[in-house]
Ligand binder design. Structure first.
Ligand SMILES: [Zn+2]
Length: 494
């Protein structure tokens, strides 16, 4: 008996040692169990499966339209009119943007927000083939998969509505048609104009090369243009009469590059010169450059930005030019929400990653071959659910604004081959065919299932809101935009 006990003890010690070692390997790993398939979720999945071809058509239509930021007139209308036909009350042209809309169904609490995006990228037109072949030379394309983004979110919203009707669930679903994500504009203006106010929580996602739920943050950012105005002269004949606007841009950039050393390592400044004169023998009287200032949070960005403005002013003094700063947009850092993301992750495990056919994997490998990448195809697993390795992120997103107004969850679903760059023809190719459709259906199911958990279990939202309040550290949302700044509208193309 004693021997058996000793053996048992030995095994237990060994086991705890092994699991402790494993834990040591990845202390950031979180454990979440797969969600159960409830009758509500089963009903949502069945409705989505039954209506799959309709959503594939919508997905393809927006992919083909490929309208860039603030020009998404038809793409927004495809989604808005579908939602209206399905019984949602739609308000178009919110926050002064004709391509922004809100579609509402139901009444009372909880109020669940779902974000939709649909803008494309210039110059990325691409056919659904595994090699570079523009559909229309020089035209735009969905290089970030926002056609799938908008369609899946709409599908999830309508699936939720169907189940609410069928099973007598109360609450409100609000789908937000958010334009101009690529220019980091749409949601910032919508947030300033209180379009997202009053939500209990919000669901969003993004097409990706991984199936994951991330707790990472993102960088806060300000973006702006600077115009310098000088005086033209003959560069050889009477240059002393000239005041070069280009010199002012160059001196600004020299100053910024010296400034870098004296900013926190989290700061990121980048720029392009958009206009710098026409010919070397004419002193340029006009020059324009576009800047991004990013950092770990709003406070840091605002401090960095103050110093950048001083350098711009100094450059104008040195060159005897005048200048105008045109603020374009700014965003916060993203506040992640672990309580909400756990629910989304458990539903991602329930739904499972998209199942790609051998043909689709071959298509992905062909793309990788053509890009001299390892031919690994599309990921078929769910990434582990982990705490972030660092407390800031590299990119910036206007979803961050929403995350300051309500607890916001997110997920990524595979639509592009491993290793392919973002904003690339490969993403456009995959997003307009069956790979994109499968990504869309998976995302719609995970969001619908998560929405049902939020609708039916008020304690989840309560937990999410407690965490969210703590994350805000007593700060309230303050728009980075000047109160009189108007969205950069673009006219409707004929
Ligand atoms: Zn995107």
């Amino acid at each position: 008996m004693r021997n058996i006990f000793a053996l048992f003890l030995g095994v237990m010690i060994l086991f705890s040692y092994v699991s402790a070692e494993k834990e040591k390997e990845d202390p950031l790993l979180l454990t979440v169990k797969p969600a159960k398939l409830t009758p509500l979720k089963k009903a949502a999945f069945e409705w989505l499966d039954k209506n799959m071809s309709e959503f594939q058509k919508i997905n393809e239509k927006i992919w083909r339209l490929a309208e860039v930021a603030m020009e998404e007139y038809e793409s927004a209308e495809v989604l808005a009119s579908y939602l209206e036909n399905m019984g949602f009350r739609v308000e178009r042209g919110v926050a002064g943007m004709p391509t922004a809309f809100v579609a509402v169904y139901g009444s009372g609490e909880p109020i669940i927000g779902i974000l939709a995006e649909y803008d494309a990228l210039p110059g990325l037109s691409q056919d659904t083939v595994p090699y570079k072949k523009p559909l229309l030379e020089g035209q735009s394309g969905h290089g970030c998969g926002h056609n799938i983004f908008g369609t899946a979110s709409t599908a999830a919203a309508v699936a939720l509505k169907q189940v609410m009707d069928e099973k007598g669930l109360s609450g409100t679903i609000k789908l937000f048609g958010c334009p101009a994500e690529e220019t980091v504009v749409g949601k910032v203006f919508m947030a300033r104009d209180e379009v997202f106010d009053g939500l209990s929580c919000c669901i969003q996602w993004h097409p990706s090369s991984e199936n994951n739920v991330s707790l990472d943050s993102s960088n806060a950012m300000n973006q702006f243009e600077v115009e310098f105005f000088g005086k033209t002269a003959h560069s050889a004949g009477d240059p002393w009469e000239g005041r070069s606007a280009l010199d002012a841009v160059e001196l600004t950039n020299v100053g910024l590059n010296y400034l870098r050393e004296h900013l926190k390592p989290t700061a990121r400044i980048h720029y392009v010169i958009q206009e710098g004169g026409g010919a070397p023998n004419v002193v340029p009287d006009y020059a324009r450059a576009w800047y991004y200032v990013r950092d770990i949070d709003r406070e840091h960005v605002e401090k960095d930005y103050e110093r950048v403005l001083k350098i711009i002013e100094a450059a104008s003094l040195m060159t005897e030019t005048t200048y105008k700063v045109k603020f374009i947009s700014g965003v916060h850092e993203m506040l992640s929400n672990r309580a909400g993301c756990e629910v989304v992750y458990s539903n991602l495990m329930l739904v499972g990653p998209p199942k790609f056919s051998e043909e689709e994997q071959a298509f992905a490998r062909e793309i990788q071959k053509n890009l001299a990448l390892e031919e690994k195809g599309l990921k078929t697993k769910i990434e582990p659910f982990k705490l972030p390795e660092k407390s800031w992120g590299s990119g910036s997103t206007d979803v961050a604004e929403v995350s300051w107004l309500t607890p916001t969850t997110g997920l990524g679903i595979v639509y592009k081959p491993v290793g392919t760059p973002g904003h690339h023809w490969a993403s456009v190719a995959c997003g307009g065919m069956s790979i994109g459709h499968k990504c869309m259906m998976t995302a719609a199911k995970v969001m619908a299932a998560s929405g049902l958990d939020f609708l039916a279990q008020s304690e989840i939202i309560q937990k999410m809101r407690e965490e969210w309040k703590e994350n805000k550290k007593g700060k309230e949302y303050k728009s980075p935009l000047p109160s009189d700044l108007k969205p950069p509208l673009k006219p409707k193309k004929k």
